[in-house]
Design a protein around this ligand. Structure first.
Ligand SMILES: [Mg+2]
Length: 125
């Protein structure tokens, strides 16, 4: 399974990668902002799952997702937010996000959200 991790924090991407290493057969790709994320989709996609941070320089996660969804309606996307963005999560769900995780999260919560999202998308039985 190819997973795209989009976050401006390298530390956060490393945490995700560590958590995802618990899932067999995952291959992680990384991007540091929304623009890099869109480039990664063009150059290395399609992906089976995307984890996208909300706050990033150059292009934020919300903008990136609205752009992705103009052509790709199906790839599961999990938005990673802080408490501060939580009131805006409805907007993100309307824009086509499948699920969300609020920072800080435990590895268990992240894995659970990923499984739940993939199951709903029919990619995991
Ligand atoms: Mg950020």
């Amino acid at each position: 399974m190819k997973i795209l991790l989009v976050d401006d924090s390298r530390t956060m991407r490393n945490i995700w990668k560590k958590v995802l290493s618990a899932m067999p057969g995952t291959e992680c790709f990384e991007a540091g902002d929304g623009l890099e994320g869109l480039n990664a989709i063009t150059e290395q996609g399609p992906f089976d799952l995307m984890l996208v941070d909300w706050n990033m320089p150059n292009m934020d996660g919300y903008t990136m997702i609205t752009k992705v969804r103009t052509s790709d309606k199906t790839t599961p996307i999990i938005m990673v937010t802080t408490e501060a963005e939580k009131p805006r999560i409805i907007e993100a769900l309307k824009a086509g996000v499948n699920n969300y995780v609020v920072k800080p999260f435990t590895p268990d919560v992240l894995l659970q959200k990923i499984e739940e999202t993939l199951k709903k998308a029919g990619q995991l039985t």
